[in-house]
Design a protein around this ligand. Structure first.
Ligand code: HMG
Ligand code: MG
Length: 285
C-alpha cells in the first residue's frame, strides 16, 4: 500500500492574507467549503492578528462561524499571542498555530518582537491550549533565507524548532518564507534540525518563488518528512516578507506526490474546482 503524505491546506490563510483587494467573507467561506469537500485533514482558515497589520484577515471570526465543518477535517487558526488564542478558542478552532522566525530581522518585522520575546508570548497560550486540549502547530519562518538578514544558519533553525517543540508544539513546520531554497540547502538545513528533532514532528512549508518547491519537497521526503503545506492555486505570500511569492500550489503538490508513489487521500477533481475558485479570487499583482 502506498505510504500516506498529509497536505496541510494553507490557501484561505497564507494564500489570501497578501491579497490587496479585500475579498468578501462569503467568498472566503466558499473557498474553505470547497476545500473541505476535497478531504483535507487540516485546513488553515484564518489568523487572529492585528487587523491594521493584516486587514485581509480581519473577518476571521465571521469566516470561522460561516464554514460548514466536515467531520474528519481540523480547522486551524494562526495565532501570535494570548489575545489571538482567546479569539481562536471563541471561534472554535480545532488547532492553533504559532509563528516564530529563525532570523531576528524577520521576527521584528513580522511580529514586532525578538525571537526570545516571541517564545515568552507563546508560552502562556501554549499552556492554555494544553489544558484545553487544543493541539498547537508552529512555524519557523526564514528557515533558509531571511529578506533582511540574509542566509539563515541551520543551527539557528534547529534551535528555534527545538524550543517550539519543547514549549509544546506537536508539529513544527520549517518555512522557506521567500522561496529561495534549493534542494542542497534545504537538505543541509534538515540534516542539522534532524539531529535534534525527529522527522515525525516536522513539516515542510515551501513558498515557490523560484519554482523549486517540488524539488525541496522531494529532498524533504528523502529525509523522512511526511507533512507538507500547500495553498490551493499557489496563492499567497507574506505581507512582511518582501519578495515572498505564494505557497507551492496544492494541485501540483498532490500530482507530484502521487507520481512519487505516495497517497494523499485528496479528491483531485474537487481540488481542481477549489483551485479554479481560489485563482479567481486573486487580484492583479
Ligand atoms: P504588537 O503591537 O507588538 O502587540 O503586535 P502588543 O501586544 O504590544 O499590543 C498592541 C496592540 O495590539 C494592543 O491594542 C493589543 O490589544 C493589540 P491596544 O491595547 O493598543 O488597543 N493586539 C492584537 N489585536 C488583535 N489580535 C491580536 C493582537 N495582539 C495584540 N492577536 C502582533 C504583535 C503579533 C499582534 C502584530 O505584530 C501582528 O499582528 N503581526 C501580524 C503578522 C502576520 O500576520 N504576518 C503574516 C502571517 S506569518 C506568515 O505568513 C509566515 C508563515 O506562513 C510561515 C512562512 O511562510 O514563513 C506562517
Ligand atoms: Mg507562509
Amino acid at each position: 500500500m502506498a505510504e500516506f503524505v498529509r497536505i496541510h491546506e494553507m490557501g484561505p490563510r497564507d494564500g489570501l492574507q497578501n491579497e490587496k483587494r479585500l475579498i468578501s467573507t462569503a467568498d472566503k467561506i466558499r473557498l474553505v467549503d470547497l476545500l473541505s469537500a476535497c478531504g483535507f485533514e487540516k485546513i488553515e482558515v484564518t489568523s487572529f492578528v492585528r487587523a491594521d497589520w493584516v486587514p485581509q484577515m480581519a473577518d476571521g471570526a465571521e469566516v470561522m462561524a460561516g464554514i460548514t465543518r466536515r467531520p474528519g477535517t481540523l480547522y486551524t487558526v494562526l495565532t501570535p499571542n494570548v489575545r489571538g488564542y482567546a479569539a481562536a478558542v471563541s471561534a472554535k478552532a480545532d488547532e492553533v498555530a504559532v509563528f516564530a522566525s529563525a532570523s531576528e530581522g524577520f521576527s521584528h518585522r513580522n511580529i514586532n518582537c525578538s525571537i526570545a520575546e516571541s517564545f515568552q508570548r507563546f508560552a502562556p497560550m501554549i499552556d492554555s491550549a494544553r489544558r484545553e486540549g487544543i493541539p498547537v502547530r508552529a512555524y519557523v519562518s526564514c528557515a533558509v533565507d531571511c529578506p533582511f538578514d540574509g542566509p539563515t544558519p541551520p543551527v539557528q533553525v534547529a534551535r528555534v524548532a527545538t524550543e517550539l517543540h519543547a514549549l509544546g508544539c506537536g508539529e513544527v513546520a520549517l518555512a522557506d518564507t521567500i522561496g529561495t531554497g534549493t534542494p542542497d540547502r534545504v537538505a543541509a538545513m534538515l540534516d542539522v534540525v534532524l539531529e535534534r528533532l525527529p522527522a515525525a514532528h516536522l513539516a515542510g512549508h515551501f513558498h515557490d518563488t523560484n519554482g523549486r518547491a517540488l524539488d525541496n519537497i522531494a529532498v524533504s521526503l528523502e529525509k523522512g518528512l511526511r507533512v507538507f503545506d500547500a495553498a490551493a492555486g499557489g496563492l499567497g505570500g507574506c505581507p512582511y516578507a518582501p519578495g515572498a511569492e505564494g505557497n507551492v500550489a496544492t494541485g501540483k503538490t498532490v500530482d507530484h506526490l502521487h507520481a512519487l508513489g505516495f497517497e494523499t487521500r485528496i479528491d483531485r477533481d474537487r481540488l481542481s474546482e477549489a483551485e479554479d475558485f481560489a485563482r479567481s479570487l486573486r487580484g492583479p499583482r
